[in-house]
Write a protein that binds this ligand. Sequence first.
Ligand SMILES: Cc1cc2nc3c(=O)[nH]c(=O)nc-3n(C[C@H](O)[C@H](O)[C@H](O)COP(=O)(O)OP(=O)(O)OC[C@H]3O[C@@H](n4cnc5c(N)ncnc54)[C@H](O)[C@@H]3O)c2cc1C
Length: 453
Amino acid sequence: MDHDVIVVGTRAAGAATAMLLARAGLRVLAVDRARFPSDTLSTHQVQVPGIARLRRWGVLDRIAAVTPAVPTVRVDAGRRAVLHGHYPAVDGVGALYGPRRTLLDAALVDAAREAGAEVREGFAVEELTREANGRITGIRGRERGEGRGRAPSTSRITATARLVIGADGKRSTIAEAVGATSYHVRPPATFACYTYWSGVDLPVGEIHVRPGLTVPAFPTNDGLAMVALFAPLADFDRFRADPGASYQAALDRCGGDLGDRVRSGVRAEPFRLAPDVPNQFRAAHGPGWALVGDAGVVMDPVAGQGISNAFRDAEILAAAIVRGLGSGGRLDDALAGYQRERDAAALPIYQMTRSLATLRVSAAQRLLLAAIADDPAETTRFLSVLAGADRYDEYLRAGNVLGRLSTGVGRRLCRRPVRAAQIKRRRVRPASAQAAPDHPKAAPALPARENRG
Ligand SMILES: Cc1cc2nc3c(=O)[nH]c(=O)nc-3n(C[C@H](O)[C@H](O)[C@H](O)COP(=O)(O)OP(=O)(O)OC[C@H]3O[C@@H](n4cnc5c(N)ncnc54)[C@H](O)[C@@H]3O)c2cc1C
């Protein structure tokens, strides 16, 4: 075999996996058909657990040097359900960052090379090689020369390895070639539209949620603001008939001054439209192959979890491979452990994401936001779930949520009789009147700890 491991795809998942494996002393070839720096469709908020991993890997400094930290966020679900608080600290990191993918992915590719991985750009994998028993043994593909001043040349390349990793995104060629089975499949629910603005003041991160609409607005590189919206996929054709007008109308629907702030800024880049948002898990491994990142688990981008998920799974997979390829190790057993650990960590985040992708906010969710808004610790606990640092399923346990609601409402009853009365009135309205589907980037309550690994 030419290599211990071949990694196909070198963005969030692939470059991180290649870097970690090379640091462990394995012979790694990593290929991508793109050349870096390279952009991709992504609103690129990296949640706190993902940022903590970047720091642990020694990659955060190059990002943080040119990207604003976002330690606090304002979540506005309308009708007084507004909270503003600090993200949780994970391993000493207490901020989200939104680096452009041109910066983030290139920094990870550099880190993989510095660790000793052979990274080849402009290399498109077309097929896999296999033994007679079906075990994957390598890749075949075409590598484009850069053709500086000459016509670009293309070479057909074959390379072999003990393991081929598909880190090639949600439409993974590797997953298709090996016939990886899918599970937890859910239909696409939203589309995204985003762009970048100069002259838009964003002192804190903002997430606005309204019926059928979620609008994240975060600062990014070069003094720009990234302002995105997520809306029901069923509205996509109408929206794309006039993206500029539809986008502005959606921001105006958030109320407050967001629409005016954006209107007074200057659009720095074209609108990006993203209607291809599948939700599924794929089998994580088989004989001679494994999947990581979106190739293995992909979820609606409304929750902004894909990059952090990719980092987490890169770490779990790399540790499993090092164990499995080590002396006395059993690679297939180690990879089975990877799949179990990946699924246990990803499932609560998937459940939260599916809830957010409904683009509805229930009366109970709004009540919860209002109940915890005055309490900085509870607000951070809630943001910890949104960030994927604490488990959504544990936060949602009935005792937890009801406890928070009763404490929060009780506090309000003592402090603000008028507002408490309003809350009470709202609670006795008939269910049909309450169902007004307000949206939420925020669903209910909080949690235990997961992703701190
Ligand atoms: C609109 C939108 C907004 C998003 N916003 C966020 C957000 O705010 N925060 C967040 O965490 N996540 C967000 N995501 C999700 C995030 O972008 C993905 O989860 C993340 O990019 C997955 O990384 P990956 O490395 O697994 O795959 P990808 O980023 O898809 O990278 C796959 C790589 O594989 C390469 N490749 C594919 N096929 C081949 C081949 N045959 N040969 C060679 N190379 C190949 C591609 O060139 C590519 O570079 C968003 C996604 C979308 C669509």
